[in-house]
Design a protein around this ligand. Structure first.
Ligand code: SF4
Length: 265
């Protein structure tokens, strides 16, 4: 580990997710949805801190605040631990008037939010299903409370074309989040997506488990060849992570962290 870098430790506060997005393996393989008792979480945080007082905590949850539990005891436990942490949530955390600010106050350095596919609304998303305009507004509301968002997009859903991939590149030129994550749609075992693609005869037979890594095409797209989907994705990745767009997101991150609502300052 380079000097000055902090080590990352994972901790689960919940397992699974009450939603069932078609492409999601985590919510199915780790189901049913369960929330860990708060005294267990406190004990695990204390053990990590005893091991490494400079630890960074990754909440290895699928969707930390999607359950019915009161947010306050969990956030208080994280705040009391005094360690920076990050996690994954869905955009509905923006619907709560202070949750994002409370997370930032409790040491949350970044929240990963699944925007998913701009060309297809997956089945199973339940109340998380929303159009891009609402997702964008949610990102803005979360960041206005001092919490940087890493927005995750899935490329390659049914409906994807060369034009829609280029359109995503254009959208991301002025997308508001402090970071962006791009992955290819991947039909992991156990998912409804895999079952559907298998029924449709669209799984590529030579794509074994090692190819299911979020960056390889493992199925036959509808409007593109697998090779053209990969080329379009690679073009998008090259643009989005090139210096100009990366620099812009770094500026957004600095601005979010300077937000007057950010109590960490
Ligand atoms: S909200 Fe996230 S964790 Fe839950 S099922 Fe959908 S993708 Fe999976």
């Amino acid at each position: 580990m380079p000097p000055g870098k902090r080590r990352r430790y994972t901790l689960q506060t919940a397992r699974g997710c009450p939603l069932a997005c078609e492409f999601c393996a985590a919510s199915r393989l780790l189901g049913p949805f369960r929330e860990k008792p708060i005294d267990h979480i406190r004990a695990e945080l204390a053990a990590i801190k005893a091991l490494d007082p400079r630890a960074v905590i990754e909440l290895a949850d699928d969707n930390t605040f999607a359950g019915a539990r009161d947010h306050a005891p969990l956030l208080q436990a994280l705040k009391d631990a005094g360690l920076p942490w990050f996690t994954e949530c869905d955009h509905r955390i923006a619907d709560h008037p202070t949750l994002a600010a409370d997370m930032a106050e409790a040491g949350c350095a970044q929240v990963l939010v699944g925007i998913e596919s701009p060309v297809r609304e997956y089945t199973g998303m339940g109340p998380k299903a929303a159009g891009l305009a609402r997702m964008r507004e949610a990102v803005e509301r979360i960041q206005a409370q001092g919490l940087p968002v890493n927005a995750c997009f899935v490329v390659g859903a049914d409906g994807e074309t060369e034009q829609s991939i280029d359109a995503l590149g254009e959208l991301l030129q002025d997308w508001p989040s402090a970071e962006v994550q791009l992955t290819l749609q991947t039909p992991f075992p156990g998912t409804a997506l895999r079952r559907r693609l298998a029924e449709q005869g669209r799984l590529l037979k030579d794509r074994t488990w090692k190819h299911h890594n979020l960056f390889e095409v493992t199925y036959q797209p509808i409007h593109l060849t697998p090779g053209d989907l990969l080329k379009g994705f690679s073009r998008l990745v090259s643009t989005v992570y090139a210096k100009p767009m990366s620099r812009r997101r770094a500026q957004i991150r600095r601005r979010v962290l300077r937000s007057p609502l950010n109590v960490r300052e």
